[in-house]
Design a protein around this ligand. Sequence first.
Ligand code: SF4
Ligand code: SF4
Length: 104
Amino acid sequence: MPRILPKVLQNLFRKPFTVKYPYVKRELPKGYRGRPAIDREKCIRCWLCIRACPDRAISIDRGTKTPSIWLGRCTFCGECAEVCPTKAIIMTEEFEYTTLYNVT
Ligand code: SF4
Ligand code: SF4
C-alpha cells in the first residue's frame, strides 16, 4: 500500500483526461468527417455519389429527384463528397444527430 500511495496522490490532483460532454465539447481535429449534407440547388443529378457509396446509403428521393442519404447506413467515408462534380455534397462537422434519420 505505501508503494502505490504517491501514484494515488498524483492521480488525485491530476487534470482529468475526459471532458464533461455534452456540457463541455472538445475541439474537433482538422479534417474531421461528420454527417454528409446535400445542397440540392447544386445537384446536377449525375448519380456519381450513388455509384461511389460503398454502403449503398444513397438513394434517389422520389419527390425531389435528388439524392437522399440514409444515415443509418452511412459510415462517413466521404466518398460521395469526393466524387461530386459540383460539390453538392459536403462532409459537415456535425456528429450529434440522434433525431435525424435521412439527409434529404
Ligand atoms: S459518406 Fe460514404 S457511406 Fe456516407 S453516404 Fe457518402 S459515400 Fe456513402
Ligand atoms: S454526385 Fe453530386 S451532382 Fe451528382 S447526383 Fe450526387 S449530389 Fe448530385
